[in-house]
Design a protein around this ligand. Structure first.
Ligand code: GLU
Length: 425
């Protein structure tokens, strides 16, 4: 079973609640275009290394394809295709005018110098140059890529096209046309959605025990936002493992400690006094099964599987990672009445602010951070309400409801256009 098979299963589950033609389903069931490229890079020691990169356009019926670029040793075509597929549904779920795309390079960026990383980033753009563009396909950051890399990539594209083209890539540094608020947008979107769910389910926020797997951009900021609201962050982890404290952790202090020492330590702050407190070292697997109220997978795919779904103790799961739950695990969690706020809704804040960045670049008119969040919040709140109401009306799990909402838009667009027009014959 490939990751793409799992992704397709999620979509297919929504079909029995929709009216559709086979044509639309056939079109959605495979990516529109794939590019694979070899990217030769001169290393600092003079040797040459050739990296493999991918860019996939899954579907562009609702707009140019959109999605991040991942730099990770485990990147594969199957993974990039699946991530592109999820981007199509994510953009449709929150109603922004983009299709789905994704890119990746098989590389461990931690082993590259800054100069090597720059050469690789620019080399990637040269390889996919004809495949991307502001009206065609717009990349962004993903795991182990960041605003610095987006800045290099946008610069390389502008040099090649001999035109300043900031709208080709989002997630750039603010000085180079990035949007204010893009760095925290994924977590902000998840935060708005969690708050809406908490209201609906009438949960008590103060002291709600939260475990966050993944301490990257999204995982760190969601822990911080919830901590500020009185949630108790009992566990955090990064790729090396995690920490647990019954008393609660202060995510900002843990991040400062991690940046200083290179590893996570349990830090608890009372007012302005922070100290390292006794904490248990746990593995990433243990974190998922901890005693807590809200579990937030914020790292990679396939974390909640048939092997651990029966022992998850949280009553609520909010997926900030893409694809952290397998279809088998979904069924088990649903039977156990554990609510899963699905990735295509929960983590859509990132791509929504990427959309704002693209709009600002094209208009040449830039918004304050406050304006960005004032525009993000209603989009997330509305998408949540649509998904929640669909879930209640059809008595289905929230993921399937999110696919119903998204698929309706995609299928309608495909059918309105007609398959003939779709293939530009
Ligand atoms: N990589 C992010 C995601 O998976 C952001 C994509 C974007 O901003 O285009 O949603």
């Amino acid at each position: 079973m490939t990751l793409f098979d799992n992704a397709l299963k999620q979509f297919h589950k929504s079909l029995k609640f929709l009216e559709f033609s086979d044509d639309a389903v056939k079109i959605m069931s495979q990516p529109k275009e794939i590019i694979q490229a070899s990217i030769p890079i001169r290393k600092d020691d003079g040797s040459l290394e050739v990296f493999t990169g991918f860019r996939v356009h899954h579907n562009d019926v609702l707009g140019p394809t959109k999605g991040g670029i991942r730099f990770h040793p485990d990147v594969s075509l199957d993974e990039v295709q699946s991530l592109a597929f999820w981007m199509t549904f994510k953009c449709a779920c929150v109603g922004i005018p983009f299709g789905g795309g994704k890119g990746g390079v098989i590389v461990d960026p931690k082993k590259l110098s800054r100069q090597e990383l720059e050469r690789l980033s620019r080399g990637y753009v040269r390889a996919v140059y004809d495949f991307i563009g502001p009206d065609q396909d717009i990349p962004a950051p993903d795991i182990y890529t960041n605003e610095m890399i987006m800045g290099w990539m946008a610069d390389e594209y502008s040099k090649m096209s001999r035109k300043l083209t900031p709208a080709v890539i989002t997630g750039k540094p603010v000085m180079l046309g990035g949007s204010k608020g893009r760095d925290v947008a994924t977590a902000k979107g998840a935060y708005y959605v969690i708050k809406e769910y908490v209201k609906k389910a009438k949960l008590k926020e103060k002291g709600m025990r939260v475990a966050v797997q993944g301490f990257g951009n999204a995982g760190y900021h969601i822990a911080r936002f919830l901590h500020d609201d009185g949630y108790k962050i009992v566990a955090l982890s990064d790729s090396k493992g995690g920490i647990y404290s019954k008393k609660g952790l202060d995510p900002v202090a843990v991040m400062e400690g991690k940046q200083g020492k290179g590893e996570m330590e349990g830090v608890y702050c009372q007012d302005s006094v922070c100290k390292v407190i006794p904490h248990d070292k746990i593995t990433n697997e243990e974190l998922l099964e901890l005693e807590c109220d809200l579990l937030i997978p914020s790292a990679i795919e396939n974390q909640l599987t048939k092997n651990n779904a029966a022992t998850i103790k949280a009553k609520l799961v909010c997926e900030i990672a893409n694809g952290p739950t397998t279809p088998e695990a979904d069924d088990i969690l649903h039977d156990r009445k554990i609510t899963v706020i699905p990735d295509i809704l929960a983590n859509a804040g990132g791509v929504t602010v990427s959309y704002f960045e693209w709009v600002q670049n094209r208009a040449g008119y830039y918004w304050t951070e406050e304006e960005v969040f004032d525009k993000l919040k209603p989009i997330m709140v509305k998408a949540f309400a649509e998904v929640y109401d669909t879930m209640k009306d059809l008595k289905i799990d929230m993921r399937t409801a999110a696919y119903v909402v998204a698929s309706k838009r995609i299928i309608e667009a495909i059918e309105t256009k007609g398959t003939k027009a779709y293939f530009r014959q």
